[in-house]
Structures are given as structure tokens and as C-alpha cells.
Design a protein around this ligand. Sequence first.
Ligand code: ISJ
Length: 365
Amino acid sequence: MESIKDLRAQIDKIDEEILRLLNERARIAKIIGEAKRKEGVHLHSPEREREVLERVIRLNKELYSEQIPSKAVAHIFREIMSMCLSLERNGGIRVAYLGPKATFTHQAALEYFGLSANYVMVNTIRDVFVEVETDRVDYGVVPVENTTEGVVNYTLDMFLEYNTKIVGEVVIPIKLNLLSTRLDLEGIRKVYSHGHALAQCRNWLEKNLPHATLIETESTAKACEIVLEQDDAAAIASEAAAYTYHLNILAQNIQDGSNNYTRFLVIGKREVKRTGKDKTSLLFAVKHQAGALYRALESFYVHGINLTKIESRPSKKKAWDYVFFADIEGHVEDEPVRKALSMLEDRTQMVKVLGSYPRALFEEG
Ligand SMILES: C=C(O[C@@H]1C=C(C(=O)O)C=C[C@H]1O)C(=O)O
């Protein structure tokens, strides 16, 4: 076998080659950037980025039998594209997320846009929408549903108030931890976290901290900021948050479901072109009439469209009046989707398309 020294010399050579290729890629991306500027098109192209990611994942399988796991390939190319885009546009794109630092939304934003984007942390889900709506950022990232706890109502309600579009989605696994300045569970009287995180750990909390008071915060990271100042409290948050806020991890993976994932939406102001693996989100309202919802949903059935989700929310205009949020497979540019939506319009009081966007690259994080 070759010596480690010789093998490392080979790696050094490969690294030089990787670096040369990265610089060559960046040079070409900058030229593409100039061309796009001249044509007046958006510098950031989620459609193209998706194409790049799918292509390298496929090649990695075909040519190298996935020696490197697909997710790792996706992460590496995500970062390469994030860097190329930031060179094309000085400072990169601006992305608002529900902060403070090390929330799961922060993690999801990093996963989607990479480390070279410019992140703006805001305190509430509404503020993410406001930042996008007022053009202070290009995109925003908000949580929308969790596999254990269901939908984030607050986010859905924002779509009733703002005209922001959905331009993408990202799913990440949620592993929850009990964090504290203390060294053990003894003496923990209060547990702070986001309502969803508290709910996802209900069984663990009942068993291990049955007498603790549970207190809801705006986010899991906010809970960490609070417990830093208290000596009888713990926060439920991510492992990243433990390092960010220098808290001790008293218990790991305390969420009730082992398959705990959260889906986040990327919101913006533009429309994303068809990629062939898309989803469309919409909301609609029907009259209080026998069969009204049945007739509305028939539009999808008739055109062979798969409905991946439906939720009802109070319209907030009148008591006991509801709107429906639905996700369907396909893009508004697809003929069957177009036909289904036109039929839906005829059969409902109101339809609002929230966006067509590429489906999450990894649907289970
Ligand atoms: C280079 C481009 O611009 C950006 C960077 C990309 C990349 O690094 O591959 C892909 C899409 C754009 O967001 C491009 O549009 O091709």
C-alpha cells in the first residue's frame, strides 16, 4: 500500500485541480451574470440551480455508484452555486428568515441558499413577509408544516394578507434537544420553546419533567436567549443552537416522533419556470352550499391532478367562513393544471395561486 505521505501528495494535486476548476466555473458564471444583466433577467435562477443539482446527483449515481452520498453532492454543489451567484451579484442575494440565529428556519435557509447568501434575521413570521413585500430582501424563508405537529397556521394566514409568492420549498429533519446552563435535569422548573417544538416533545416532557412550566416563545433560538439569563430553565432547540448560545445539551432527540420533519417555504416576488417536478400551492373559497367543496375538488380529479395537501383556515372576514389551502402536483404552465384551475375558478368564489415551484429535492430532509 502507498504511504500516507504519498497519498496526501495525490490529494494535494487533486485539490489544486478542484481549485482551478472552481475558479474557471466562477469566471464563466460572472460572464453569464453580465449577459443576464444586459438582457434584464434575474441573476438568481432557481430553475437552473435545480437542473444543475439534479444533473450532478444523477451523474454521481450513474458514473460513481453514489460513492459520495447524493445529499453530500447536493450540499457541495449548493455551496458552489451560492458562491458563483455571490460573485455575479456583489454581496449575493438577500434572504430574510425567522431568527434569531440557529433557528430551524435559519438551517433551512442555509440549506436552500448556501453560505454565500446575505442573511437578514427577523423576529416574526410576519416580518419575513414584510421584508419580502417591501423589497428589502429578495427572498424569505418560513416554516409551514411539521410531520408531527401539522400546519403552521400563522404562516398560512400571512398568505391571506400579503401578495408574496411561493418560489420554493425545503424539508429538513428536526431533532430537538433540551439545552440549559445547568448540567442536569435537577432544578429545571421552566422549559421554553416555540409552541410546535414543545408539542413535538409532549411525551418526553411528561415523563422527564412533569412539573416544569412550559412557556412558548417566538422561536426555538429565542428560547435559548432567554434561558441564558435564568438558572432554573431549559430550552428546546437544535444542536446548532447549543453551540451558538453556549448551552449544555442535557438530552438529545427528545421529539416524540422519530420521523420528524419540517417543510419550509421560500417566498419571493417572482414566478419560477417549470422544471417538470413541480408543485403548485393555491387558496380558494367556496359558498356554504351542499357539495360546494366536492365540486371544487372535482376539478383536480377530472384533470388527473394529484392533491398533496388540503387545509382549511378561518377566512377572518366572517364567523364560520373558511378558505382552503391546497397543494397540487404540477406547474401552472402544465396543460392539465391550467385546465383544472380554470374549472376551479368557475366552481368557486375565489382562487388565488400562491406559486408554482420545484418540489423539495429531498422530501424527507
Ligand atoms: C451561473 C448562473 O447564475 C446563477 C448561478 C448558477 C450556478 O452557479 O450554476 C445557477 C443559476 C443562477 O442562480 C446561471 O444562471 O447559469
